[in-house]
Design a protein around this ligand. Structure first.
Ligand SMILES: Cc1cc2nc3c(=O)[nH]c(=O)nc-3n(C[C@H](O)[C@H](O)[C@H](O)COP(=O)(O)OP(=O)(O)OC[C@H]3O[C@@H](n4cnc5c(N)ncnc54)[C@H](O)[C@@H]3O)c2cc1C
Length: 382
């Protein structure tokens, strides 16, 4: 485990970034949250505004049209968006911490020149690793890649649970090119929407605006130049990006917990029972104080993991810790917010039941809590 002192305080510039993104979310997103949740769709004009704001390519170097900022900035943006709507936060999170990150780390100069300007300005990305039979055991995937004459690859298989699939133009798709080699056959491919043989399948019905779909590959032909990294090194692409992605999930969770706490504080000051605001009851005050304390602890874990990553120091254990802790705190705080709203907390007219639903996913995607505990235990016990 890294022993560097935690550098968790925000600089003036970082605070400004976070506040600007939050102000945008408050102004442009908040009014749409209920409608997006009901229609399970993010309107394209809103995605265009996210590109214009610069949050879709935060770490992309300026020479490719991106923000040229750090991973930590991406984490701050995801946190700020999630405070208003976790569905938008996950779209931005997958774009930055998984897709853009994979290109920055593994892309050839040519791939960077082609894809990074697009990802910074108009193209949404998706990351397609999971399948029906392979979730936690991701490299047991059944999708196959076969190399044909001329170097072209032909992909076949079905991916499941692919975030952003409905909106995406650029898909990172993992398939095994040499099953006999096990995980060392896994290869990452860049597949563009519109490629013959690539179909976005069934959209999961999970009452959230963020799209999660099946991705079908049927004799999907991909040029040799679209291998990301090397053939057989896809498992490294996946592991390295997901290690960082987990910090993004932590950011989603602290953002939505903060949103739920904001609502709970406002409501308990307004709602009167027994002739006074319910915030005047000490039991309620203590519940809110405990929630704020837990949230601060989770935030420090998330910021610390992101800072370590930017400093080039080991962060694997810290990333696992921040994901598991922040997602559990988010579940507890959103649950408390529902309780503090009483019966109103249980209905869709008020915002907290949605945040309670949204919190649950933090313990599942990009590695379940059990898998995070496994990572931490391995570090401690060998
Ligand atoms: C809304 C949503 C969005 C998603 N987005 C994406 C995406 O964009 N791209 C993508 O590739 N995938 C995505 N996923 C898939 C997600 O990463 C997987 O669902 C997750 O990794 C768990 O896999 P699984 O669902 O197959 O569960 P399983 O792996 O079957 O796990 C079921 C249970 O068994 C436990 N378990 C499994 N193995 C072990 C073990 N060795 N030790 C202890 N316990 C274990 C798990 O902790 C869990 O509790 C998404 C999923 C959802 C629901």
């Amino acid at each position: 485990m890294a022993t560097t002192a935690a550098l968790t305080a925000l600089s003036e510039e970082e605070r400004l970034v976070r506040d600007n993104v939050y102000e945008f979310a408050d102004r442009e997103i908040r009014q749409l949250v209920r409608e997006m949740d009901e229609h399970a769709k993010i309107p394209r004009p809103l995605i265009d505004k996210l590109f214009a704001l610069g949050v879709m390519g935060i770490e992309i170097p300026e020479r490719y049209g991106g923000g040229g900022a750090s991973f930590f900035h991406a984490v701050l943006a995801v946190e700020a968006l999630s405070r208003v709507d976790p569905s938008i936060a996950v779209l931005v999170d997958v774009q930055n911490t998984l897709v853009v990150n994979a290109f920055l780390r593994w892309g050839t100069d040519e791939q960077k020149q082609v894809y990074l300007p697009r990802l910074a300005s108009a193209s949404v990305g998706a990351y397609a690793l999971s399948e029906a039979g392979s979730g936690s055991d991701a490299f047991a995937m059944a999708s196959r890649a076969a190399r044909h004459a001329g170097g072209e690859w032909v992909l076949n298989g079905r991916k499941l649970w692919i975030t952003n699939a409905l909106e995406a133009d650029v898909f990172l798709v993992f398939a095994n090119a040499d099953p006999a080699a096990g995980h060392r056959g896994v290869t990452a491919f860049v597949v563009e929407r519109g490629t013959i043989g690539l179909t976005v399948g069934k959209k999961e019905d999970k009452i959230r605006a963020s799209s999660t779909c099946e991705l079908i590959l049927e004799d999907c032909r991909v040029p040799a130049a679209n291998v990301l990294g090397e053939a057989g090194k896809g498992y490294k692409v996946a592991i390295e990006t997901l290690n960082e992605g987990r910090i993004g999930i932590g950011a989603q969770m602290i953002g939505l917990a903060r949103g739920a706490l904001d609502h709970a504080i406002k409501y308990t000051r307004e709602r009167e029972q027994f002739g006074k605001p319910i915030a005047s009851f000490q039991a309620v005050q203590h519940q809110i104080a405990r929630a704020a304390t837990e949230l601060e602890a989770a935030r420090l874990l998330v910021y610390n993991a992101a800072r370590l990553r930017d400093a080039g120091q080991p962060f694997l254990t810290e990333a696992a810790m921040c994901k598991i802790f922040a997602s559990e705190v988010a579940e507890r705080i959103t649950s408390l917010a529902v309780n503090l709203y009483g019966g109103y907390g249980f209905v869709k007219d008020y915002p907290v039941e949605k945040l309670y639903r949204d919190a649950k996913i933090g313990q599942i995607y990009e590695g379940t809590s059990n898998l995070q505990l496994q990572t931490i235990a391995k570090q401690l016990l060998g």
